[in-house]
Design a protein around this ligand. Sequence first.
Ligand code: SAM
Length: 201
Amino acid sequence: MGEQYFANRPSSRRRPSEIRVVLRGHSLTFRSDAGVFSREAVDRGTHLLIDALDLGPKARILDLGCGYGAIGIVASRLTEGGPVILTDVNRRAVALARANLTANGITNAEVREGDLYAPVAGLAFDDILSNPPIRAGRAVVDQLISDAPAHLPAGGHLWLVARTKQGAESIRARMIEAFGNATVVRRGSGFKVLRSVKEVA
Ligand SMILES: C[S@@+](CC[C@H](N)C(=O)[O-])C[C@H]1O[C@@H](n2cnc3c(N)ncnc32)[C@H](O)[C@@H]1O
């Protein structure tokens, strides 16, 4: 069986590749490799989430489970200078995302390695973005959702993308439990983009 893309230290033989893509009007180049999610092309769900993003200028952004960095890198451009943190448990993904920040001239972002919110303990963000690690298991995705409000101010958002036939509705139910709301802000290509807002206490 192939190695799972969320292994902490992938041991699969390296197969470096390069993806050139235009996202939200920005021409970008991503270095990719074996052992990371969607090695050959930007995933369709990732595309849909990026297309749906509506981020304020200078917004503080977290891209949780960044892979080679597509979401966080586009967010870094969209937020016009707001600080962006990208995180992943997969060491190879972290190294690629770091290289991709440099390759794309991004100076308002950094990449941290670690499990869920551990690398950003004590920090708050205006928007948390994720194409969540469904294959890592339900418990990981549930925790990603239930711990999100503690890292958002009132009015902050959690944005997730999920396959319509692979749990989008159960993820939406979990978001409603954690936030009291969850809206489908975009759908297409068999995916839904879901957004919750942290309400004023
Ligand atoms: C579906 S992939 C999305 C990758 C990237 N954001 C994209 O859209 O191409 C989910 C990512 O979450 C990472 N991941 C898995 N478990 C994690 C955890 N417990 N904490 C942080 N990241 C995790 C995986 O290594 C993987 O890169």
